[in-house]
Design a protein around this ligand. Structure first.
Ligand SMILES: Cc1ncc(COP(=O)(O)O)c(C=O)c1O
Length: 462
């Protein structure tokens, strides 16, 4: 009997019967244990390759924010660097230098007062970047409290209930009380007065998201900072802000240059982004930048010398692939500001086109339009009682489209929505095909007496 991870997805349990490809031998290989012997590389390749055919098509995955298209030249560079470990900075000094250049480019893009003094690093993604930023906030708060002779054992972090799960993880793993501002009415993200109301002397920071994973909307970072300025001016605590720009920090600088959300606001201590989202790199790279070296406590930075040099490192992982960092640098070089602007503008154009036409179809009502992040959420109108968003998600899947359907968090758990993430490579042409498929599906769903599908078991992971 094959061994199987108890929590793993269900699937066939019997051994893998390998049908002969042309004239190869007919063999059986255990599915959940390491086989005793070897098989030919071509046979192994074919088995894995064939099973992967059942995965969804990444380009039709409208659920993910993560890059699914890069130029072949970027792919070639990544293949060239796939054996480089990012941590071996002494061995791969040029890769290390390119990482530093990327940090300076981002610090400059996000208006750091002195891009040379801004501190930052690459990470595996925004989740790791958020852990590091959260740790820096916690440590700075502890230092301030210690210096003032005050207790420092009850830190809390204020954020909207719409934060991505990485912030729940941060609070849990690093023992910080999470203080969530619930959604209310048509406010689907953090509001400034609501954030301030939850702050006290134990607040290590406020997280503002640009923009929200649930509906693509930008949180009002400038307003939140202004409200915190007022709190401090009135004798209240001086609370720093971290901007979770997982997606928006690579959209707003190009499409919304007048929106003030970054280091132009003195209260913003740090910013993260996912290089693998609108940084336009394949999965595996994130970034975090602190406004200056004061915002990053020195004792969090480790110095390692056993790789042949004295290197500062701030990361949760030690080894990490270098290829994604190289690909990020390639994109910065290749696209420049104007290239990024054009790519992101095209995504926004497709998103707003798609949302407008979905709204016109009748059964749907938009929550957002895709004019901030190129991401929008919509719901089935209350009057439409024959189907729900889960029926729509299931029906679209038959054509290969992957659109998530999910319920909103507290206090709007009554709201069932679908979300579309438009990424580079999703053309107007594909948008038209999706619209037509959606229209045809709705005609069919209107023949149902009532909704047939419910939330997927385990829910949708944002
Ligand atoms: C706002 C926000 N923060 C953090 C994350 C986590 O990012 P990553 O997947 O790069 O770890 C996401 C992912 O969707 C996000 O939308």
């Amino acid at each position: 009997m094959a061994l199987k991870h108890p929590g793993g997805p269900t699937g066939p349990d019997r051994d893998v019967p390998v049908n002969p490809l042309y004239t190869r031998d007919d063999i059986q290989i255990p599915r959940h244990q390491m086989p005793e012997g070897e098989i030919e590389p071509d046979t192994a390749f074919q088995i894995v390759h064939d099973e992967l055919m059942l995965d969804g098509n990444a380009r039709l995955n409208m659920a993910t924010f993560v890059t699914t298209y890069m130029e072949p030249q970027a792919g070639a560079l990544m293949a060239e660097c796939r054996d480089k470990n990012m941590i071996d900075k002494d061995e791969y000094p040029q890769t290390a230098i390119m990482e530093l250049r990327c940090v300076s480019i981002l610090a400059d893009l996000w208006s750091a007062p002195d891009a040379e003094r801004a501190m930052g690093c690459s990470t595996t993604g925004s989740s790791e970047a958020c852990m590091l930023a959260g740790l820096a906030l916690k440590r700075r708060w502890q230092q301030r409290r210690k210096a003032a002779g005050l207790p420092y054992d009850k830190p809390n972090l204020v954020m909207g209930v719409n934060v991505q799960v990485c912030w729940e993880k941060f609070a849990n793993y690093f023992e910080v009380e999470p203080r969530y501002v619930p959604m209310q009415g048509d406010r689907f993200h953090l509001g400034a007065p609501e954030a301030v109301a939850l702050c006290d002397e134990n607040t290590i920071g406020v997280v503002a998201i640009l923009g929200s994973t649930f509906d693509g909307s930008y949180e009002p970072v400038e307003e939140i900072c202004a409200a915190l300025d007022t709190l401090h001016a009135g004798g209240g605590p001086d609370v720093p802000v971290h901007v979770d720009g997982a997606s928006g920090a690579m959209i707003a600088p190009f499409l919304d240059p007048d929106l003030v959300w970054d280091f132009r606001l003195p209260r913003v201590a740090s910013i993260n982004t996912s290089g693998h989202k609108y940084g336009l790199v394949y999965p595996g790279v994130g970034w975090v930048v602190w406004r200056d070296d004061e915002a990053l406590p020195k004792e969090l930075v480790f110095r390692v010398n056993y790789l042949g040099g004295e290197m500062p490192t701030f990361a949760l992982n030690f080894s990490r692939p270098g290829a994604q960092v190289i690909a990020q640098y390639y994109n910065f070089l290749r696209l420049g500001r104007e290239g990024y602007r054009r790519v992101q503008q095209n995504c926004r154009n497709v998103a707003t086109y798609l949302s407008a036409h979905i709204a016109e179809q009748g059964p749907f009502e938009l929550l957002t339009k895709g004019d901030e992040l190129p991401v929008f959420a919509f719901k089935v109108r209350a009057e439409e009682t024959r189907f729900n968003v889960f029926d729509v998600a299931r029906g679209l899947r038959e054509r290969g489209w992957l659109l998530p359907a999910y319920t909103f968090p507290a206090e709007r758990t009554d709201l069932e929505v679908m979300r579309v993430v438009v990424r580079n490579g999703f053309s107007h042409d594909l948008a038209d095909v999706l619209l037509e498929d959606l229209r045809r599906l709705c005609e069919r769903l209107k023949e149902q007496p009532h909704p047939m599908a419910g939330p997927a078991a385990g829910g949708f992971h944002h």
